[in-house]
Design a protein around this ligand. Sequence first.
Ligand code: IPE
Ligand code: IPE
Ligand code: MG
Length: 233
Amino acid sequence: MGKSVPKHVAIMMDGNGRWGKQRGLTRSEGHYAGAKTMEKIIDASIDLGVEVLTLYAFSSENWSRPMEEVNYLMHLPVKFFKQKLPEFQRRNIVVRISGNLEALPTRTKTALKNAVNETADNTGLIVNFAFNYGGRDDILQAVRHIVKELQDEKMDLTQLNEQVLQQCLYTKELPDPELVIRTGGEKRMSNFLLWQSSSAELYFTDVFFPDFDGPLLEKAVRFYQEKNSELIV
Ligand code: IPE
Ligand code: IPE
Ligand code: MG
């Protein structure tokens, strides 16, 4: 692209259910179409030179959806990684997960952990799946960790600063996202990367996630570049 591309792009993949409904399909069929779109967005991110792509796949609030839909969303990572992991390996992709894995059904947790372990030595695009992720939960679990360190006298209160807290978040080794995209027309944070997005550019599009694609991602990146033109070299 020539101009400076955001290192970390985070996407709230919203609108799968409405996309399905619009076509007379089920919400789950919308989620399946969304998973197919994820593949395209991963390809486009590699082409653009993005280093980290965070995909919001399941929020800590999504448990309140109908059981059948939750079951399908728990099954999707199992199906997705079974199909895609060999290709991820070939493409040198690193899989990360941000979220509370312990609360997941065993099969889902195993599929996610396995994808992380199998790709740990790769060096290409980092695809960080935010799964059972909530921004408040993220901060709260970091606070719990810090309080424990203080109680165990492994840390002194004077040492506690933003960087220390940042290192306790689910996203610990990742840079903050410079660009946060939400598809599907809503303009909400929905508990996504609350700490990490403090200076991110926000980009909203009405397009439902299954219809999102490489050129639309590029358009969002151009929006970011226009906002940050002084950074362009
Ligand atoms: C995808 O879109 C987000 C997930 C929770 C997987 P939605 O399922 O929220 O779709 P809409 O917003 O109801 O259309
Ligand atoms: C945000 O979408 C969560 C994901 C994209 C996974 P939601 O559809 O769940 O958010 P709300 O309910 O509109 O806030
Ligand atoms: Mg939604």
